[in-house]
Design a protein around this ligand. Structure first.
Ligand code: 3PG
Length: 217
């Protein structure tokens, strides 16, 4: 899967932190029944790798990425668990060759995180043209991304961090935003209380947001 194929499958990507393996299948079902196809599982719980594998087994139709990837070891673990793509909060000297190899040897694309113009330019020089803009709201939000389009019109972003259902449409209307990530669709509280109905409704709303967007330059 290329980064463009990933972007065309998703307008909204739920960012998940899941602690219990028993939640994997019902959570995947709830998100899929709401119409979402792409999910980011963060490496923020001790069982995250197994939970990603459980979700893939339960719903092979979903595209599931591993997020919060910070080290070459994380990259290896995520690939072994069956991640379809990788997301990192930033880009470090150790991570660069690991992410590049994941793409060149296993065809697994990455969304490395950037928060400044120079970081975006460096990532682009390394061949990463789809980037996570993180943490989106604290790092300048909508107006910052809008300003990046002038000098860097070839880059595409997935802003994440502090974005709500209400703010997401404004981000999606930007020409350089391909998708938006956030934990609001399936916050840990709803997962812990097994409120699959509420998650499915949130997913439905998110998926409708994605399909009703028009880009403005
Ligand atoms: C991420 O890792 O992408 C973010 O922590 C998700 O951000 P949010 O919880 O503010 O949506």
């Amino acid at each position: 899967m290329t980064i463009d194929e990933l972007f065309s499958a998703a307008s909204i990507i739920p960012v998940l932190t899941v602690n219990n393996r028993t939640d994997a299948a019902p959570l995947a079902d709830a998100l899929a029944s709401g119409g979402l196809r792409v999910i980011e599982m963060t490496l923020r719980s001790s069982d995250a790798l197994s939970i990603l594998a459980d979700m893939k087994a339960a719903r092979p139709d979903l595209i599931i990425g591993m997020g919060t990837v910070r080290t070459p070891g994380d990259v290896e673990g995520a690939i072994d668990a069956g991640a379809d793509f990788l997301v990192s909060p930033g880009l470090t000297p150790a991570l660069i060759p690991a992410l590049t190899t994941a793409w060149q040897s296993a065809g697994i694309p990455s969304l490395p995180g950037i928060a400044t113009v120079s970081e975006a330019m460096s990532a682009c020089e390394l061949g990463f043209t789809g980037l996570k803009f993180f943490p989106a709201e604290p790092a300048g939000g909508l107006s910052y991304l809008k300003a990046l389009y002038g000098p860097l019109p070839d880059l595409r972003f997935c802003p994440t961090g502090g974005i709500s259902a209400e703010r997401a449409p404004d981000y999606l209307s930007l020409p350089n935003v391909s998708c938006v990530g956030g934990s609001w669709i399936a916050p840990t509280g709803l997962i812990e209380t097994a409120d699959w109905q509420a998650i499915s409704v949130n997913a439905q709303t998110a998926s409708a947001l994605g399909s009703s967007q028009t880009k403005t330059v």
